[in-house]
Every structure is written in structure tokens, then in C-alpha cells.
Design a protein around this ligand. Sequence first.
Ligand code: TYD
Length: 142
Amino acid sequence: MTIRDSVQSTVDDCKLIDIRKYTDSRGYLSVIEGGNDIPFEIRRIYYLYMVPEASRGSHAHKELEQLMVATSGSLHVTMDDGLRKRTFVLDKPWKGLLVAPGLWRDLDNFSGGTVCMVLASERYNAEDYIRDYQEFLKYKGL
Ligand code: TYD
């Protein structure tokens, strides 16, 4: 993966999607195929759970694309492009947030028992993180 010096994405590049679901008398089943239901191939899956009241995130990814899903419970995800913020509520297992690269994110308001699953376009790479907000603004050319 090539890590670019700057990515000119905005919060409008993030969107909520309906994850397809199949329902019958046995209950619900949802499916996400990389490259089909979402615009990237899935190279990594991780999930957040047993989160106390404090928020998580507070970093940006330079290149990583993600789909975030509250498979159980609910949380708020605030995306920030340095100029504008948008808060998305994840509260259904069939609702996913497509997160564009080059944006700051904060995750908070976790309800008790929330499990937030994240599908990611790349394997873990510490070089892809920006953890300092001032550095993030510089990265965005602001
Ligand atoms: P971190 O990115 O700090 O969590 P948050 O998204 O809340 O900021 O990750 C916490 C720890 O987990 C950190 O030591 C790195 C490790 N980690 C991995 O090894 N692989 C991964 O895919 C992720 C997401 C984290």
C-alpha cells in the first residue's frame, strides 16, 4: 500500500449503507462480501467490545477504508475532515458506516454490551495512523 502525503476527502465521502439481510421465521442473516456489498476487499476484521464510557478512536487513517457496524448495541461515530464534522449513529446490525480514507474519527456513546465490528481494507499498519490532531490538520493542508 502506498501512503499518500495528503488525501483530500471530506466527511461527505462517508455514508451509511443498508447491509443486505435475509429474514424468515428463523430470524435475520446479514451478509457483507468484499468488493461486492462494499467498495473494497476485506483484509482485516476487528471488533470493539466491553467499552467503558470513555471514547475510542481519536485518530485518522491515511489510506485505510473501513465499514463499521454495531452488530449489537449502539454507538456514535463522529467523522471530521478538519473543516466539518458529521456524527453517525450506528444502532442496527444491518446499518454500516463506510469510512473514507484521510479522516479523523471519534467513537463514543457506546451503550452497554455494544459490539462494534470493523471491516478494513488493509492489514494493521501503524504508519497509516495520525494520532495528533494538529498533525492531522497539517496533513489536510489546513
Ligand atoms: P488502537 O488503534 O489504539 O485503538 P483505537 O481504535 O481505539 O484507537 O488499538 C489498540 C491496540 O490494538 C494497539 O496496541 C494496536 C492494536 N491493534 C492491532 O494490533 N491490530 C489492529 O488491527 C488494531 C485495530 C489494533
